[in-house]
Design a protein around this ligand. Structure first.
Ligand SMILES: NC(=O)c1ccc[n+]([C@@H]2O[C@H](COP(=O)([O-])OP(=O)(O)OC[C@H]3O[C@@H](n4cnc5c(N)ncnc54)[C@H](OP(=O)(O)O)[C@@H]3O)[C@@H](O)[C@H]2O)c1
Length: 274
């Protein structure tokens, strides 16, 4: 399945982890069309086939590389990131890979199932963030996007493991962004909104618009831009005001896990007083 990237290429290189279906597949196609080199990480052969077909439509295949990755395995994640040639600057990484288990009350959920979701969605994100940062810090540049949504900011009955993993991805994103604040490595989380993918149940798929990918893909592309100043934010592709230019100039702490408490209000009051 592996295809190595040629170090002779000079377009900005973005890794899309979990790009064999759904949002990751759409995003990879858009990035290719907009002049990025894309290395797509897929778990299954099915995903590899899907991305190759997508990449072949009117786009030079040499800009697209596909390789196997299991984000729940440290060895596999390291092997995947090692495909980036040493001399090549890594522009961005988007971590789409996640699983959603069959919804069930938490008291009927086995530990094994809970661990599987956390290992993929949360620990997988950690492993990719670490591997990305280690390869970006020397260049003192990088753009990283994690995927949240689905219960990070509100309760979802029967989705306890998924919702917990996605809330934790946001806090992880905030922590990592802060630790990397002096490296021009910006790390933000996106809540993409309901999309008609395998992850959504049949009813949600039917309810989701066929244009549902447009907003998250456009938002993620913005978050990959070189001029980006914000970091450590959770941005909803659907509900937040990101299409407005003013949004990108703000550094207010609103777009975080959104807990409004006295400490946060004090900080805001201080900013207002300045
Ligand atoms: N769909 C929605 O309504 C919705 C809403 C909010 C947030 N999100 C988030 O958006 C992101 C993209 O999801 P999607 O809707 O596009 O669903 P999707 O089509 O199921 O995409 C998830 C991808 O993750 C990959 N993956 C799963 N486990 C993996 C592992 N251990 N290692 C590597 N790759 C793995 C899958 O690969 P295989 O196909 O090979 O298994 C699949 O390509 C996810 O983070 C999801 O939580 C989705």
């Amino acid at each position: 399945m592996d295809e190595m990237l040629s170090s002779a290429q000079h377009r900005p290189l973005v890794l899309v982890v979990g790009g064999g279906s759904g949002l990751g597949l759409r995003l990879s196609r858009t990035l290719l069309a907009h002049g990025y080199d894309v290395l797509v990480g897929v778990r299954s052969q099915e995903g590899a086939d899907a991305i190759r077909i997508a990449g072949g439509i009117g786009m030079g295949q040499r800009r697209l590389s596909v390789s196997q990755i299991d984000v729940a395995s440290e060895t596999s994640v390291e092997r995947f990131f090692d495909l980036v040639p040493g001399a090549r600057q890594l522009h961005g990484v988007v971590i789409c890979a996640a699983i959603a288990p069959t919804p069930r009350p938490f008291w009927e959920t086995s530990l094994a199932e809970w661990e599987r979701v956390i290992a993929t969605n949360l620990m997988g994100t950690f492993l990719c963030l670490r591997a990305a940062a280690q390869r970006m810090m020397d260049a003192r540049f990088g753009r990283i996007v994690t995927l949240s949504g689905g219960g990070a900011t509100s309760v979802r009955d029967a989705w306890s493991s998924y919702a917990t993993s996605k809330a934790a991805v946001v806090r992880l994103t905030e922590c990592v962004a802060h630790e990397l604040r002096n490296y021009d490595i910006k790390v933000n989380a996106v809540a993409p909104g309901l999309m008609p993918t395998r992850m959504a149940d049949a009813a949600s798929r039917a309810a989701a618009s066929s244009r549902a990918f447009d907003a998250p893909v456009a938002l993620i592309e913005k978050l990959l831009s070189e001029q980006l100043s914000i970091t450590g934010r959770l941005i909803s592709a659907v509900h937040d005001d990101w299409p407005c230019d003013e949004f990108w100039a703000t550094s207010e702490p609103w777009y975080t896990l959104r807990r409004v408490d006295e400490h946060l209000l004090d900080e805001l009051q201080k900013e207002c007083d300045q």
